[in-house]
Design a binder for this molecule. Structure first.
Ligand code: PDD
Length: 285
């Protein structure tokens, strides 16, 4: 069945969803995006995603395509038109259409706005049952990873390198410390039960799932340490996991061929996933 896609004000069949070849998203990767998960036809952590979108736009001096209320209405209409029960809504804003030039187009050039839905199993997943295997790769991305831009070539290459090594995903390493996963935040659990994940800054994306999960961890009485950790510390950890809008909380059972803990999904990660899902279902809109 053909999807209905939103393009610059219109809801159209996907075959008719078109943007200009002069769009700066296409020519310069001059765009930002958000991915919001849908469960039971409802949006998870919508306000958080919109707050981060506003921040990404502001950091790049890019005009907002619409206000939050209008964006919510578009998300909901797309979910409804596509009969989406479980999956995600992808939103992309670019600096719009202009002759190719490194300088930004004149102020007032309308931004482009595209949204589409994608069906995806998020609650029940094979990777959650078995845990994922991680390969470590150098972090060769630009230095403003806190801005959610569509420059995703290196993360794609990192993921392919991990796959070539028989792994599920990559964790990226810079100056001897883990930054994050190719499309997720990275965590370890120490043998005395502390949850460690890289502190916020320009080196990582400020995950919306990260913020929620760390909050739930503290509420559950767990100790959280926001600091960088090394590959060696990760390999010696009791547990490891990732978070993202679509992975929620997913266990890591192997890093660069080294088994983590028992080599099976650990107790802390299972507990955090259960809490996160319960809260997501309760607060989705
Ligand atoms: N990726 N780090 C990176 C580099 C990411 O691309 C993502 C999200 C995250 C997790 O952020 P959040 O919890 O807000 O989803 C961390 C999305 C899901 C993607 O590109 O598909």
């Amino acid at each position: 069945m053909s999807r209905t896609v939103y393009v610059n004000g219109d809801f159209v069949p996907e075959a008719e969803a078109k943007v200009s070849v002069f769009d700066r998203g296409f020519l310069m990767a001059d765009g930002v995006y958000e991915v919001t998960t849908v469960i039971g036809g409802k949006l998870v952590a919508f306000a958080g995603h919109m707050a981060r979108l506003a921040r990404s736009l502001a950091e790049l001096a890019m005009a907002a395509p619409a206000g939050e209320a209008e964006l919510l209405a578009i998300h909901r209409r797309l979910v409804e038109m596509n009969g989406l029960d479980e999956g995600l809504v992808y939103l992309q804003v670019t600096r719009g259409v202009a002759d190719r030039d490194f300088a930004f187009p004149a102020a007032g050039t309308p931004p482009s706005l595209v949204l589409f839905t994608q069906k995806l199993a998020v609650l029940e997943r094979e990777t959650v049952r078995r845990g994922i295997r991680i390969a470590l790769v150098p972090d060769l991305r630009w230095s403003r990873r806190d801005i959610k831009t569509v420059q995703l070539l290196y993360p794609s290459m990192a993921k392919m390198e991990a796959r070539a090594k028989g792994c599920d995903d990559a964790w990226m390493v810079e100056d001897g410390l883990v930054t994050e996963g190719s499309s997720n935040n990275a965590y370890i659990v120490t043998h005395d039960g502390r949850i460690v994940t890289r502190h916020l800054g320009h080196a990582i994306l400020h995950g919306i799932t990260r913020k929620a999960v760390l909050g739930f961890a503290v509420e559950a009485g767990l100790v959280v340490e926001e600091r960088a950790f090394s590959p060696d510390e990760a390999k010696a950890a009791k547990e490891a996991f990732i978070t993202s809008a679509s992975a929620f909380v997913t266990p890591v059972v192997e890093i660069d061929g080294v088994r983590i803990g028992e080599g099976i999904p650990g107790e802390t990660v299972r507990r955090l996933r259960t809490i996160y899902i319960a809260e997501s279902l309760a607060t989705a809109i």
